[in-house]
Design a protein around this ligand. Sequence first.
Ligand code: ZN
Length: 643
Amino acid sequence: MKKEFVWQTEQFDDIKILRYQVPAFETLSARERIFIYYLSRAALAGRDILWDQNNKYNLKVREALERIIRDYPGDRLVPEFQHFMIYAKKVFFANGVHHHYSMDKFRPGFSQTYFRSLLTAVNAPELYAETERIIFEPGYMAKRVVLDEGVDLIQASANNYYSGVTQAEVEQFYQVPEGTGGEAMESRGLNSTLIKENGRIVEDVWKVGGKYGDCLERIVFWLEQALPYACNEQQRKAMRLLTDYYKTGDLKLFDAYSIAWLQDTESSVDFINGFIEVYGDPLAYKASWESVVEIVDREAGERTRKLAENALWFEQHAPVDGRFKKSEVKGVTARVMQVAMLGGDCHPATPIGINLPNAEWIRERYGSKSVTLDNITYAYDQAASTSGVLDEFAGSEEEKKLVREFGSLGSSVHTDLHECLGHGSGKMLPGVTTEALRNYYSTIEEARADLFALYYIMDPKLVELGIIPAAEVGKAEYCSYIRNGLMVQLTRLKLGDKLEESHMRNRQTIAAWVYEHGKEDGVIERISREGKTYFVIRDFEALRGLFGQLLAEVQRIKSEGDYDGARCLIETYGVKVDDRLHREVLSRYEALGVAPYAGFINPEYKPVEKDGKIVDVEIVYPGDFLTQMMEYGEKCQKFTFDR
Ligand code: ZN
């Protein structure tokens, strides 16, 4: 009898834990599978870096939690212990004491006295003093990333990227000197902690032998084990640059690696491993450590191949000012992949698409590589198909039918367009850098990519290219986007809070802007039925026109570096929340009993050995989140990790 695959294993607080499958793994050669095994080790080896980056107390807190979970001899069925376990799982999920999305510090549901008694029972009373304040004092390091106006963003944020410096000092330290043409031609600041030493501001660089040296040494070790199994010479070249960069901390090597990596478009197994995304830093200089190992999904790859081939057509026909358009589109490579392993800032919560490198000057000169993570989207869809959210928030039977039939493809194609074309489109005016938008940069950049996707998903060109079967796919995506941007995503927010996270700000900015600007013409109708609010799209073509108008404006803001324009747009549409609607959405959602956030349990790779040599690798799908977290905690600290 075939056992049904369990997509969702558990739910706690606002989190649900899912699993993903990697069917492509079975189609690989033993050599490719061994490559994945080593890369997956490298993907897990940097976990502690991320924990420390998120907050300087995180590793201590984790040590305390792990000790108790492993050794506590007392009653585990009492309510207080249950509350302790929920707190622990939330911390594991978020890679630290702050919520991974809202950035707010978790509130423990157990007392200080109880926590102290647990630590005493496992012979680790000293951990109490070291963790008490961060766990129990609500106002202390209350938010991981603060993006509010009018405060010192560096001092107010509880992340661990800076020490003893002010926002003004950071901005000055990384200012591009006047008269250099303005455009930064190398990455700066990505891989260091900025500290004040004897009154001088210096970078404490993350490298082997430097800060995070132990972890980086382990990552390098596994990457070097993987090297002989690389798919081709180009990939090997990129891998050597990556390990050299980890050894030296030299960002020029990272840039060279990024270029070599994006030029490898042939490998059947690919990976990201590095200090990549800057969302954890309010000023977007410092990058969190992450890793994703992926396998090419050849069938689904047809879709993005067609988009990439026509990249110039999309660029030329975009509804933006000609001055902000590229005259040629370089090396947009888009691939549909299946995730084989997630690590660092991509685990347990994960993106569904990735476009790299982030360095604007590399993108303009060399292009970028984009991946859609199809098996993750598939797992989400499988888990969501029975949740009832669509039925609750969709405004009409027609919409439900449309979304059931075409929604999954719509969201995949949106991701393809967003990653493969959106982020790579457009250009900066001479002398303008992306730093001009400061704390609004991430939101503007996401809005730009989303709007590009929304504008084109309704374009007849997609049907003509055979990427979608009919315009209904675009319509389904419009329904989902508006419903999510104006209502469903509010379920991720506590009553009274504003939107902080850049993807959420982006989605509400877009949805609220088109709603407002289409109001007179009745493009989107807000209706109320039995006390429930719905947004129903009445004119899809007009809505597409509005997305195009906003795309033009957002591209202008980025290309010109118009900070005031960015602030005005986002503060007007993307930050404040309608309290009454928020309350209504929360209560409707609560009635469904569905957790708004999801993350994944990774598969495990087990080497098959013969005469002391790895000859093949098998995949298994573990079923328990906490067990995996505890295992990672133990094994990441060992140099050799299984071997
Ligand atoms: Zn994006």
